[in-house]
Design a protein around this ligand. Sequence first.
Ligand code: URA
Length: 229
Amino acid sequence: MRLDKYLAQSTGFSRKEVRRFMKAGEVIVNTQEVSDPALQIAHSDEVYLSGYPVEPPGDKYLMLNKPLGCVCSNDDSTHPTVLSLIDLPRADELTICGRLDVDTTGLVLLTSNGKWAHRVTSPRHKTGKLYQVVTADPIPESAIDKFSKGLMLINEKTRTKPAQLTITGQNKADVVLTEGRYHQVKRMFAAIGNKVEALHRVSIGSISLDEELEPGEFRYLTDEEINSI
Ligand code: URA
């Protein structure tokens, strides 16, 4: 997006006013003073007006590499929350799209767009979530059929939706779910007499966890990633 549009949409100043700020040397992109209103700005650029950071306009869409020991909730008295890892203004207003357990790691999507969040999480949209699983006991071939037919979980009235299980090692598998019931992967393995020892979410639909992100780091989604949901 052009710099003048970016600034006008984010701050509410008119494009004419924004250009005046540029002429006065009040606009910095990354570390450079900028006076070209047509300069293209990417999500990764840092824009400052009169010394204050200017957020990208419109809704926010982020991916986070969730570390162990951190919870996917807005508030917690014992653990840090994923929102505390997002050092952006109004991070506490973001919706966490599909929560992970405290001991699960990997891809978490966050957004300020409620409709988009619903598309990520609603089973009606059949967005596949891929998990890598390590189990306590070996995984038998028979589990593939059981996962694909659906399992009855304790205290649930309906079978789980078909899930794709790929055995990748004696105690390792990839699982794709299109719904997100409470502790679903762990409970599905418990239903076949096994125990999940480690769980990591790799992708949601065609959005894959960026390998460059260390645990605890986040980045903005690209337009392509946003539009893929
Ligand atoms: N299933 C689980 O059991 N835990 C998670 O965190 C995600 C899916």
